[in-house]
Write a protein that binds this ligand. Structure first.
Ligand code: FA5
Length: 355
């Protein structure tokens, strides 16, 4: 009987002071389990005299019921405590979920599209896989042109087309000129073709996949002044109202005359020199690291070659037009002074979220 009382005392203290549910579960097994203290006490009944057997059995049953009851109570209490500790404190600051952002190329595509749509240009996106004929022959580029070399163009396996030749990954957006003339059949044409292009290059200013935007305008009496006006309009809208544009003579097979387009560098305002205030009285001047000369090269342009208009079933004696092709990665680099094109494609969030 003493032992029963001792176990009663010990178990009650342990159960009422236990601090978590898993320890309470262990106490339950210790006292009420198959090999627990209560069962051990029951096994001892053999050694109790017959006179006391009944009383002993009753005491053990009472103890079992008592322990079951206080274990249940403790269990309930611990659950309530843990619920309270997990309850929401509405005065706590919330967890910040990182926000996504648009890729700088996507932002530039949206901006360029909006700028040209204001002057009536329709956004097109011609395919990334093109026929050799449309990318070269139709653009007045002979079979021997170096751009048609394996090193410059990615040819795809597959059966060549009888007229259009092999399939290639589009090396420039200029094939969109032919496709747009075919689509509209008749001028006026005002197109901005924005698409992915592929060339096997990889350095600080070239990636194997890049984006170009190709502008084309064909109508009656279109001349170079319209081209210069459109380029001024775009460059001032995209780079800033102070931006100046210049055309330098160049050569492309599909335009005549052809030019390279330069714009004034926004870092040095076209001076080629950066002025830094110094603590001494004189100004400290350094050469602009971005442009070195005040001008940055944007891309190629020119008046659409008569042979190209003919390929588009447009009479060059009746209509004329201009076209240009610029790299999107390049215009963003020029606008923000980015020195390595590969930044766009390494997926570094610290770079991408700045735009
Ligand atoms: C052309 O692709 C001509 N089709 C442009 C053109 C269109 C001229 C219409 C006349 C009339 P070019 O190869 O220079 O030209 O490329 C134009 C621009 O694309 C370059 O100035 C450069 O910004 C970008 N570019 C070319 N190759 C890459 C490359 N591998 N990675 C990133 N940008 C490139």
């Amino acid at each position: 009987m003493d032992k029963v009382e001792k176990i009663h005392q010990k178990a009650t203290t342990e159960i009422n002071t236990v601090g978590d549910l898993s320890k309470l579960e262990k106490l339950k097994i210790k006292y009420l389990g198959r090999h627990g203290e209560i069962n051990k006490l029951l096994q001892n009944i053999k050694s109790v005299s017959n006179d006391h057997k009944k009383e002993y059995g009753q005491k053990i049953n009472q103890l079992k019921n008592k322990l079951t009851e206080i274990i249940d109570l403790r269990h309930q209490k611990l659950i309530t405590q843990s619920e309270k500790s997990q309850s929401v404190d509405i005065s706590m600051p919330g967890t910040q979920t990182p926000k996504g952002c648009l890729h700088p190329i996507t932002i530039a595509i949206q901006e360029i599209t909006a700028i040209f749509s204001k002057i009536g240009f329709i956004r097109m996106s011609y395919s990334e896989v093109e026929w050799e004929y449309l990318a070269f022959d139709a653009l007045n580029m002979p079979k021997t042109h170096p751009a048609r070399d394996d090193f410059e163009t990615t040819f795809l396996s597959g059966k060549p087309h009888e007229k259009f030749g092999k399939m290639i990954l589009t090396p420039h957006t200029s094939s969109g000129q032919i496709r747009e003339m075919w689509r509209l059949k008749k001028p006026p044409i005002r197109m901005i073709n924005i698409a992915k292009c592929y060339r096997p290059n990889w350095d600080a200013t070239h990636t194997p996949m890049f984006h170009q935007f190709e502008g084309m305008c064909v109508d009656k009496n279109i001349n170079i002044t319209h081209l210069k006006g459109a380029l001024d309009y775009f460059n001032q809208s995209y780079f800033g109202p102070e931006t100046k544009t210049r055309l330098r003579p160049h050569h492309f097979q599909f335009t005549e005359p052809s030019f390279e387009v330069d714009v004034t560098c926004s870092a040095c305002n076209g001076t080629g020199i950066l002025r830094r205030a110094s603590f001494a009285q004189d100004d400290l001047t350094v050469k602009c690291k971005i442009c070195k000369s005040g001008w940055l090269e944007l891309g190629g342009t020119g008046m659409v070659h008569p042979n190209v208009l003919k390929e588009g079933n447009i009479n060059p004696n009746e209509f004329s037009g201009w076209a240009f092709g610029f790299g999107i990665e390049r215009v963003i680099m020029m606008k923000y002074g980015i020195d390595d094109i590969r930044n766009y494609y390494t997926g570094d969030i610290r770079f991408l979220k700045q735009f």
